[in-house]
Design a protein around this ligand. Structure first.
Ligand code: ADP
Length: 229
């Protein structure tokens, strides 16, 4: 479970990133994080991955305060989180399989086990036949599927996706959403920042809306209001 307790983040120049956020996200939930540019979505995700610290309040993940984590415990904490970005962020000189393997090789996983996990992750995103392709030999949708495979290869409990469909056409985006929904059904908690009202409206996932750093909506029925309040 993720819990924000009266969390505020004021940047050094005085800009308010988030203000008095109180919310709980249960294990296995799928949550859309919406709001205009500058609303605080990245601040929210950066706090959650412990890239930045709040200036007020506390953040608990599975009952433990991540704001009090020692620096040396941060890599271990992040291993339980998968990241997916708008621009894929694959290594261009590595194949699909190598990009995915890299995420677990650094953890000291044995060669055979790496191969097994990579093959399974590629299978889950439907890309077994692109295993040995380099990023520039794949479409945007395929690259994003590789990025998803990389995010899930270590079987993280929490997935954070930042505009994962932002660069994709609607049909490809819909395929990416099918994969994310599958991963969610298998048990992962998914927090996805998005501007895509079509995607938000097509599902019944919870919607958290930020505006000027404040929580202005937390709707478990889902749906995206056109235009921000
Ligand atoms: P979003 O991801 O919804 O676009 P952000 O979380 O990036 O919003 O930004 C929230 C607010 O915090 C904005 O006003 C932004 O300009 C400000 N902000 C973000 N990062 C910094 C930073 N490192 N220093 C100062 N202000 C920042």
């Amino acid at each position: 479970m993720i819990q924000f307790i009266n969390v505020s983040k004021e940047y050094q120049n005085g800009t308010v990133g988030l203000k008095n956020i109180d919310l709980k996200i249960e294990e296995g939930e799928f949550v859309y994080l919406v709001g205009a540019s500058g609303a605080g979505k990245s601040t929210f995700t950066k706090l959650l991955i412990r890239e930045i610290l709040p200036t007020q309040g506390n953040i608990l993940v599975n009952g433990k305060s991540i704001t009090r984590l020692k620096s040396r415990a941060i890599p271990q904490y992040r291993r339980n989180i998968g990241f997916i970005f708008q621009n894929y962020r694959l290594l261009s000189d590595r194949t699909a399989a190598e990009n995915i393997a890299f995420a677990i090789e650094v953890l000291g996983v044995g060669k055979r086990e790496v191969e097994r996990k990579v093959d399974y992750a590629l299978h889950l995103v439907g890309l077994t036949d692109r295993k040995n392709h380099f990023p520039d030999e794949m479409s945007g949708g395929e690259q994003q599927r590789v990025a998803i495979a990389r995010a899930i290869v270590n079987n993280p409990k929490i997935i954070i996706a930042d505009e994962p469909t932002g660069n994709l056409d609607p049909q490809t985006a819909s395929g990416i959403m099918d994969i994310l929904n599958d991963i969610n059904i298998k048990g992962a908690t998914i927090i996805m920042a998005t501007h895509d009202s079509n995607i938000v409206n097509r599902s019944s996932h919870r919607v958290i809306e930020l505006s000027h750093g404040q929580l202005v909506r937390d709707d478990r029925q889902g749906g995206y209001y056109l235009g921000y309040r």
